[in-house]
Design a protein around this ligand. Sequence first.
Ligand code: ADP
Ligand code: MG
Length: 459
Amino acid sequence: MSPIPLSYDDKFEEINYCSELQKSAINEITKEFEINNKKLNEIIEHFRNEMNKGLTKHGQTVAMVPSYVTGVPTGKEVGTFLALDLGGTNLRVCQINLEGGGKISVKQQKYKISDSHKTGEARHLFDFIAECVDKFLVEFNIDCNSTRRLNLGFTFSFPVEQTAIDKGTLISWTKGFSASGAAGKDVVFLLQESLNRKEVPVKVSALVNDTVGTLLAHAYKYPNTLLGVIFGTGTNGAYFEKISNIKKLQSISSNADHMIINVEWGAFDNEKKVLPLTMFDNKLDRNSINPRLQIFEKTISGMYLGEITRNVLLNLIDRSLLFNGYSSKDLNDHYSFETEYMSSIEKDDTSTLETVKQILEESLNLPSTTLTDRQIVKRICQLVGFRAARLSSAALSAIISHCNVIESGCNIGIDGSLFLFYPGFKERIMNSLKELFGPNADKIELGLALDGSGVGAGN
Ligand code: ADP
Ligand code: MG
């Protein structure tokens, strides 16, 4: 068995096709998911134009949200504070200790957010968050009371129009959230109200996007950091921009040169002008709770990759080219094919694809599968996972080019389970950057910024 293909020069494994029809269908799908360098450059160019639009005017597709964070961490900051990270899948509460010398220690606890909290009333969601903070304080025996309130940095990874370091209104939910009564409201106020209601002695003193937090946390350790990125439930990035380039900012009462911009790149190409979307992407988008929104995110991030794969598999089943034409009740369920499965499937290097077999037959209750079935499923995962990494590299490249650091190089801090766990995700991005930038790509450092989204909230 060949190892995981990491560039288009690496051949995909041979499939033992049963018919010419099957072979031509897979070749067709393979072509649809491939993005050659010409197309990638087109995407990058459009991305750069969209960034410039967002810097010039409010309310653009790529929102380029000013964070009002102008300082760059020196690594010498010290102090203890709480951080709360509302991602798309988990809620994390952390106590963070900046020890100076670029050193950080963290105590943290994760809490799962239920679907009913995601889609019910916002008040219930924020009450649940306040309860988690309360539990955390008790569990870790953290010393605070109503006269000695702790400061909390709130990392909130949804699009927000920020007006001050501790104020920001939610533009819209993403990543499967739809809790009512939050859009257009100040999320710091909503959280503080819930904390007060539950008598939790904590003051929300800063609001940051997870990308901004990731960037700050990585910069605390590596001064050459330009960009903080999330590849998790969703995807987004934040970088240091010259204030003189942020044309839409009327006045800024700081004599700093740079401000962190939260790109909100998940919304890139909502107009569907340049991304090579397949019918499988369009089906996912149509059936999502936010159709026509977050189009770029829907081709890249953890919440969606499994669903794209599922759409391809169902199409092949309907054409009697897979599983003898039979699906299962489980596979018919939306979002039943988890992105985690793709990681395990891509890693399966047994000659009979035993892990693939186990996932299909045990987790998804498909009746017996043939080796050809399993080879096809693996190929589809590779195509979807590969394309996600290629498109991710387009976002990174656009920002590297925009900031003019191709020659000098930079550090990029990345957080999120997709980047952490998906086999070859980093290497595929790196190979793509090499194709785009040649030997200069060696000066780009992609680093894991674990806990970044929490740590940065205190900077
Ligand atoms: P968040 O984005 O909510 O902060 P994470 O960074 O943990 O949270 O990302 C969660 C996403 O990562 C989920 O959408 C999930 O599908 C995906 N994910 C989790 N584990 C894996 C894995 N082993 N392989 C690929 N994707 C994974
Ligand atoms: Mg996160």
